[in-house]
Design a protein. Structure first.
Lengths: 433, 97
């Protein structure tokens, strides 16, 4: 193959789609390579999609994008053994013409992206695995090798959007293997159920959605979270923990998921639903300190492959779309200026990221991953004591309230000591400041 | 509260395009697994592709693989797993993802 492209994008996930579409829309000759049978075949997301970043790329996406429900209520639950303490936020103001958050089914969205990319002249080829980067003697990336016959393809710049495994950058020595404490493994199921039942059980109307983010005993003391999302005709339920914790424990992820489904608080919500798919995926959790080199001569890395995930806010796909767009804009600007794609020129991509919410948010929470990893009490002792305190407080048994207060305080001190409690408070502040 | 769970029943719902006799993940040295104390792959893999065998080593069957990469991450200190993507078009094909 002698054909040469302005840019090759590897991967058809949120970051690769954003990059490809942005480049094609500006008339650049772009090739997107995807190893799955169709776009989305290898992708897994919870999934919640944030509208704002997509709107920047495709302003009228709501016309035909196959979203599920727009979210009007967010619940955050701390699960004990057979109980939960939680907060909810629900607002009619989320019922607008331009909702901010939607539940989605990833494969549907990626197929839609494929159509949008074709509409603006981008070339997306599936069933093609990129095996390695082609580099010239100086080390500059000049194209990719694929598993197709005669599968060498050349381009002026290569954008790696190959996801959390990021094999290409690792193989080329551009990125180290992720440490087990910097990646989580999440497993999830999609459960189909009568939409009427979803609406009854969650107190919502057609098209309205509820998301529940879950912490607590269900992760068995491991650093992790779980979730339950409402789609149109299905529910998505999942749980994920740091791989370092799975490695030191002995509970397989599918058993943890099954225990979550059978938790007395969760079970009535999913009762009678039919499981149609079981998925697993790694999530980058190392934050700011785990972000690898983002660009070099002839290459950039975007999305999960660049470790762009804000674990504290459960944001990933918006960081992916933003980074894909910024990588594409960098290419467009350099081409317009008649400049090449040397590392020093592509540094403009990093500058865009630094000036945006992507790096600003990761930086804000840079201490969070380390603090969570080293302080398991936030995932074991506190869920126990907080739910026990709630149980005591809400049980009316003729014990006077002052005595109840003392008993609750005593339980916390017994579990963590006074200094321990103070230390934990300081750690939490440090983690999010 | 841990209930018995058959991961095979979960995997049965998934669509796979199997690349016959071309496993995309391989154990490099069977002996290295025999001396591995933890054998974390056997309980970390979400598809239970790895199981302890009668020789005290680990047997890998990639048919149910979800291509998450966890085994590669847990085995990186030993470096005993050769991990690749399946050929284009093969492997797990998520209908929903």
């Amino acid at each position: 193959m002698v054909e040469k492209f302005d840019a090759i994008v590897i991967g058809a996930g949120p970051s690769g789609n954003a990059a490809t579409y942005t480049l094609a829309k500006q008339g650049l000759k772009v090739l997107q390579l995807e190893r799955g049978e169709y776009p989305g075949a290898k992708n897994v997301q919870g999934g919640i999609m944030y509208a704002h970043e997509l709107e920047k790329i495709i302003p009228d996406f709501r016309d035909d994008c196959p979203t599920e429900r727009h979210i009007i209520e967010q619940r955050v639950w701390l699960l004990g053994d057979d109980n939960y303490v939680g907060t909810n936020y629900r607002s009619e103001a989320f019922n607008t013409d331009r909702p901010n958050r939607y539940t989605i089914i990833r494969a549907n969205i990626d197929k839609w992206w494929g159509e949008q990319i074709r509409k603006v002249g981008g070339l997306q080829i599936c069933e093609t695995t990129v095996t390695e980067l082609i580099r010239d003697p100086s080390g500059k990336v000049t194209g990719v090798r694929t598993d197709r016959e005669g599968g060498e393809i050349h381009a002026d710049v290569v954008i790696m959007a190959d996801g959390v495994n990021a094999l290409l950058a690792k193989r080329a020595g551009l990125q180290a293997e992720a440490a087990p404490e910097n990646v989580a493994l999440a497993v999830k199921e999609i459960l189909f159920i009568d939409p009427e039942l979803i609406q009854q059980r969650f107190g919502i109307k057609e098209d309205e959605g509820v998301v529940i983010e879950i912490m607590g005993k269900v992760t068995k003391g491991m650093v992790g979270t779980a979730f339950l999302y409402t789609n149109k005709e299905s529910l998505t339920i999942g749980i994920g923990c740091l791989i370092s914790d799975f490695k030191n424990g002995d509970c397989p992820p599918y058993r943890m998921l099954e225990d979550l489904k059978n938790h007395p608080v969760i079970k009535p919500l999913i009762e009678g639903a039919e499981m149609k798919e079981y998925a697993a995926h790694m999530i980058p959790e190392g934050g700011y300190k785990a972000v690898p080199q983002l660009y070099g001569d002839g290459w950039m890395v975007v999305g999960d492959a660049a470790h762009f995930n804000n674990a504290a806010h459960r944001e990933g796909s918006n960081l992916a779309m933003a980074s894909g767009r910024m990588a594409a804009e960098t290419v467009i600007e350099l081409k317009a200026a008649g400049k090449g794609y040397s590392a020093s020129n592509l540094a403009a991509y990093k500058k865009k990221l630094d000036d945006s919410f992507v790096m600003k948010d990761l930086k804000k929470y840079r201490e969070l991953p380390g603090i969570m990893h080293g302080n398991k009490q936030f995932f074991g002792a506190y869920p126990d004591e907080i739910t026990a305190a709630a149980h005591n407080w809400f049980t009316v048994d003729s014990v006077d309230k002052k005595t109840k207060e003392k008993a609750i305080m005593k339980a916390f001190v017994k579990r963590r000591s006074v200094m321990g409690l103070v230390g934990d408070a300081i750690k939490l502040v440090r983690a999010v400041r | 509260m841990s209930i018995m769970v058959k991961v095979e029943e979960k995997l049965y719902q998934n669509r796979y395009i199997v690349d016959e006799s071309r496993p995309h993940i391989q154990i490099k040295s069977a002996e290295a697994c025999q001396t591995c104390e933890k054998q974390a792959c056997t309980f970390c893999c979400p598809a239970a592709c790895y199981s302890r065998n009668e020789t005290g080593g680990v047997t890998l069957v990639t048919d149910g693989c979800l291509e998450c990469g966890t085994c590669r991450v847990v085995c990186q200190d030993k470096g005993n797993i050769a991990w690749d993507y399946p050929r284009g078009g093969y492997g797990i094909s998520y209908k929903f993802g």
